[in-house]
Design a protein around this ligand. Structure first.
Ligand code: UT7
Length: 329
């Protein structure tokens, strides 16, 4: 069977750093609370005039250089985001223009699981023979949808982008993708206003409904139940067990969640990749950012099995099992 593999990877973080000390000056919080409850020490914030498509384009540029492929060879761009530049046109189309690509482009929306859904679309297109080379990017300027007067959410999120180039291969670089969704859980994590159900009005905006709302505890409970299940399912479908995995790369939402996932899967905490300290929760960007961190740190070698694990609003979840094929840079 024709396979698909990751042949290039890149990421981008905006320049501005927002530390916990900065947040202490903005809301009633403390570095101690944020570090103990989340593991986050700092996050990056988009500049004025910078949008999700700008972050996406920067990450894609690096991934294309890493892949060493010509832009003309890209057949499709799939972009995952929770903070599109606007409702339409798609952020994928805006990114495609910024990159000067001549290819189809669409957005994949599954909140923080978006990168896994986008990867699934890319791998399916490549394995079926409908596309040869696909750019997959997770990009978020999610802080634009955060109320910086709400201490329960504003300490959690940051901005960034990560991209991979998926190309046809004789080997199976992506062994399996497990996806799931449960819309009955929509109410525990959402941006209530700004869509067709509740268009932005002055009243809604005065109530802050254009910003993210989250029942943190409910999300936490869902995540620690659903994530070990999807990870195990995806590994089993790949003919592998947890002990075969070199790295689990989960969505970076909370260090306590990463530790609980490690415990429930019975893997050493050191094998669960964590970058949350420096980035916070970057929504769709967090998994490719963490994967790129492992790659550029020289912590990924050909043959390594990697489980990328996403979860988020929807509710949605998903795991992609990779057999890494690239040499360290
Ligand atoms: O990417 C999407 C997926 N999202 C997630 O996976 C998030 C999952 N949830 C979480 O990570 C955690 O639930 C949070 C980090 C969001 C919250 O941690 P928690 O341990 O569940 O805290 P809590 O919401 O139960 O709040 C505990 C206390 C409350 O005070 P009282 O009622 O006990 O007096 C909050 O008001 O902490 C208070 N609190 C804060 N205190 C200082 C909430 N936010 C803050 C803050 N600084 N920033």
């Amino acid at each position: 069977m024709r396979g698909a593999e990751i042949v290039g990877i890149g990421s981008y973080l905006p320049e501005r750093v927002l530390t916990n000390a900065d947040l202490e000056r903005m809301v009633d919080t403390s570095d101690e609370w944020i570090v103990t409850r989340t593991g986050i020490r700092e996050r990056r914030i988009v500049a004025d005039g910078e949008a999700t498509s700008d972050l996406a384009a920067r990450a894609c540029e690096t991934a294309l250089v890493d892949a060493g492929i010509d832009r003309a060879d890209v057949d499709l761009l799939v972009l995952a985001t929770s903070s599109p530049d606007m409702i339409f046109p798609s952020t994928a189309a805006l990114t495609q223009d910024k990159l000067g690509l001549d290819c189809a482009a669409f957005d994949a929306m599954a909140a923080c699981t978006g990168f896994i859904y986008a990867l699934y679309a890319a791998v399916t297109a490549v394995e079926s023979g409908r596309a040869g080379t696909v750019l997959v990017v997770g990009a978020d300027a999610f802080t634009r949808f955060v109320d910086f007067d709400d201490r329960s959410t504003c300490v959690l999120f940051g901005d960034g982008a990560g991209a991979v180039v998926v190309a046809a291969s004789d080997t199976q670089g992506v062994l399996h993708v497990d996806l799931g969704a449960d819309g009955a859980g929509a109410g525990i994590l959402s941006i209530p206003a700004g869509g067709s159900a509740a268009p932005c009005t002055v009243e809604r905006c005065e109530r802050g409904e254009q910003y993210v709302r989250m029942s943190g505890n409910e999300v936490f409970k869902f995540v620690v139940r659903a994530i070990p299940e999807t990870t195990r399912r995806a590994l089993e479908a790949s003919g592998l067990g947890v002990d075969d995995v070199r790295w689990i790369v989960p969505h970076q939402a909370n260090q306590r969640i990463l530790d609980t996932i490690a415990d429930r899967l019975d893997v050493p905490h050191e094998r669960v990749c964590s970058t949350i300290e420096k980035t916070g929760n970057t929504s769709t960007a967090s998994i490719p950012l963490a994967l790129d961190h492992l790659y550029t740190s020289g912590d990924l070698a050909p043959g390594d099995v990697v489980a990328l694990v996403g979860f988020g609003a929807g509710l949605t979840w998903g795991t992609a099992v990779l057999r890494w094929t690239k040499e360290a840079p």
